[in-house]
Design a protein around this ligand. Structure first.
Ligand code: FAD
Ligand code: PYC
Length: 414
């Protein structure tokens, strides 16, 4: 992988930053690969990277219909954490957080991990009891979590409105939770996968599957047919659209999830805060903007915009928690399409079509899962059976009724 020395950086600066060598190759698709990954978001790129790195596969393509990272992986609010309730989710997301903790070194790219602590606010004695139960479960799963008193919160977040319509009673925290720069995560995986020989083909939409005797043999694309004995779908927001082309029906609701940022201000918000009652989450970006998000828009849509009612609700809720935010202007708003499953857990692993794999149903929370999602899907594809960390997340659970209900752990955004 290319590393720049200090003199090389100075030289480029003196040249007015012209003529930088390309970081990514821009290959044409080849007619045959050992594995094709559909979707150039974090999950697709991480899966390709781990297939090449840990399983020695060399002829791999990531096919992206637009440009890499312009789907949900570049639209999210960057929250990483592992405070899940059920053991299968806890193990999986904890593995992901651990991988995040060493990802900058692994990929030689600063992903700007900021473990500033993720706080859940509680607004009633009953909510305090529920958070205590969840906190105990998380600790029994071996993950860090602790309760916070209202005095703790006054010290940690002095700008909060403690006596609003829903007074703050206390809360809970995962100190290792926080944020990581989403563009950096995408580009780090893309650059590292490219350096291992993975073809990342942008502007190449998969329009259908080649299936013979129940087995995937390749894909139809806008740039021709590509043969491959292993095909993986990693197309958050469009999982059911694509799976249907292989004759697979997924239990997914697709909706817009919005986020927005205010104009930048001096540091005023020290942690990542979520309130499930007021229904908003907030953090402050490195540039000083206040990042706001809340629940998904309540109607089904494939328009990556989001509507005014959800935006108003989120802004109102933020002002309720932090009245001083009422003085700020919103600078930008955007949305991504999230694929929500009945239990809000992902769908990962094999499909009824042999050689066709899925990493989808990530809903509102798949960014934090990118490293472990990539690692476990790569293992699954290489071995044609589910990695032990994802056996509970198979598509079959919906027929068997073995759901992994993580609705509450999805936080505010569902
Ligand atoms: P994506 O990044 O969406 O990549 C899928 C790619 O597939 C896209 O680039 C798309 O163009 C491509 N594609 C689709 N169809 C085809 C096709 N037919 N052929 C070729 N390519 C195709 N998660 C968290 O953990 N923490 C958060 O703070 C958080 N905040 C969020 C905030 C918002 C506003 C949104 C929208 C989501 C948020 N999420 C969060 C969820 C998270 O962003 C996603 O779960 C995650 O990014 C999914 O990654 P992915 O690689 O599967 O999908
Ligand atoms: O999964 O933590 C999360 C999250 C926060 C905002 C959207 N998703």
């Amino acid at each position: 992988m290319r590393r720049y020395s200090f003199p090389a950086l100075v030289l480029h600066a003196l040249r007015g930053h012209q003529h930088w060598p390309r970081v990514l190759r821009s290959p044409d698709p080849r007619p045959v690969y050992d594995a094709v990954i559909i979707g150039g978001g974090g999950h697709g790129l991480a899966t390709a990277y781990f297939l090449a790195k840990q399983h020695g596969m060399r002829r791999i393509a990531v096919l992206e219909k637009g440009a890499i990272g312009l789907g949900n992986s570049g639209r999210n609010t960057q929250v990483v954490r592992s405070d899940y309730y059920h053991l299968p989710s806890s193990k999986f997301f904890e593995r992901s957080l651990q991988l995040y903790e060493s990802l900058s070194r692994e990929l030689n790219y600063n992903i700007m991990l900021s473990q500033r602590g993720k706080i859940n606010l509680a607004h009633s004695p009953h909510e305090m009891e529920m958070q205590r139960r969840t906190t105990n479960a998380i600790r029994m799963n071996g993950v860090d979590a602790e309760m916070l008193s209202v005095e703790d919160l006054r010290r940690l977040e002095p700008a909060l409105n403690f006596n609003g319509r829903y007074p703050i009673e206390g809360g809970s925290v995962q100190w290792r939770g926080g944020l990581a720069r989403h563009d950096a995560v995408v580009w780090a995986f893309a650059r590292a996968a490219g350096a291992l020989g993975v073809d990342i083909v942008q502007g190449c939409e998969v329009t259908g599957f080649l299936i013979e005797n129940g087995r995937a043999t390749g894909v139809e694309t806008t740039r021709g047919r590509i043969a491959a004995p292993r095909v993986c779908m990693a197309v958050a927001g469009h999982s059911s659209v694509l799976a249907r082309k292989a004759g697979i029906s997924l239990p997914i609701n697709s909706m817009a999830l919005q986020a927005m940022v205010t104009e930048p201000v001096k540091p005023m918000l020290n942690h990542l805060l979520m309130s499930a009652v007021v229904h908003v989450y907030v953090s402050q970006s490195d540039r000083g903007e206040i990042v706001l998000g809340g629940g998904a828009d309540i109607y089904h849509s494939y328009a990556q915009r989001g509507g005014l009612p959800a935006m108003e609700t989120i802004a109102q809720a933020a002002v309720e928690l932090y009245p001083s935010l009422g003085r700020l202007r919103l600078m930008r708003q955007w949305a991504g399409i999230v694929d929500i499953t009945p239990d809000t857990s992902p769908i990962m692993g094999l499909t009824p079509v042999q050689g066709l794999y899925i990493s989808g149903g990530w809903g509102t929370g798949g960014y934090k899962a990118i490293p472990a999602g990539g690692e476990t899907m790569a293992w699954t594809i290489a071995n044609d059976r589910p990695h032990e960390l994802i056996t509970d997340f198979g598509l079959g659970r919906f027929a068997e009724g073995a759901l992994v209900d993580e609705g509450a752990a999805s936080g505010v955004a569902h």
